[in-house]
Design a protein around this ligand. Structure first.
Ligand code: G3P
Length: 216
């Protein structure tokens, strides 16, 4: 399973990039606005320059035509741009058109296997399944990811499944076990994934023991 960073915070993206394990970034309008960035294009271009892998940027139009217009524009901002399109009826139509035009789509805000399946059939490169938000609504988000992966594998659909709306490290474990191709994680969760108190205690103890012996 690959790890994407789910943020528009450039400082966090730079820090995470140094770790050498981030394959892409997902953003959405809420994440960009959290950073107080007025210039959406500049913010996305900056992210694209830090990480070479796919960078998802979302269209905001509700009509097919405006989605396509925006997607065509955004896709010229950088070679690694992926267009995020919501899993609506108009979004599905826009995805089909964009995919035929070889524009990579991340079919987002998926909350059901049917939405993910339709996105895959429309030619989306990725489907983003919002695990945390589905859990919040009293469902089993990760079971749905497992089901989607199973169906995509069964029918040999090339669309990759992104486990999104990840809230804690256990979600990452479950996403990996469910066979998600990618988990897109907030920076705080990435930090939690690597940290373990026993590792920290172990490092401190090794250093202390090493100080007690003489080194020639
Ligand atoms: O990748 C989707 C993510 O940004 C949404 O997360 O925590 O707002 O449900 P959350």
């Amino acid at each position: 399973m690959r790890i994407f960073l789910d943020t528009a915070n450039v400082e966090h993206i730079r820090k995470a990039a140094k770790l050498g394990i981030i394959s892409g970034v997902t953003t959405n309008p809420s994440l960009v606005s959290q950073e107080g960035k007025a210039d959406y294009q500049a913010a996305i271009k900056e992210v694209c320059s830090i990480i070479q892998g796919p960078i998802s940027a979302e269209v905001l139009g509700e009509e097919v035509e405006s989605m396509i217009e925006q997607a065509q524009d955004i896709s010229t901002w950088a070679p690694n741009i992926v267009i995020k399109i919501p899993a609506t009826i108009t979004g599905l139509e826009a995805t089909s058109i964009l995919a035929k035009d070889n524009i990579k789509v991340n079919f987002t805000l998926c909350f059901s296997l049917n939405q993910a399946l339709l996105g895959a059939l429309a030619g989306a490169t990725y489907v983003s399944f919002f695990v945390g938000r589905l859990d919040d609504a009293g469902h089993d988000g990760m079971q749905a990811v497992k089901d989607i992966v199973e169906v995509f594998n069964h029918y040999q659909l090339p669309t990759q499944v992104i486990a999104a709306s990840i809230r804690h490290p256990q979600h990452c474990v479950a996403a990996a076990k469910a066979g998600a191709h990618i988990a897109t994680v907030p920076y705080s969760v990435l930090m939690q994934m690597i940290r373990h108190p026993l590792t920290e205690i172990g490092v401190t103890r090794f250093l202390a023991d090493w100080q007690r012996v003489s080194h020639q």
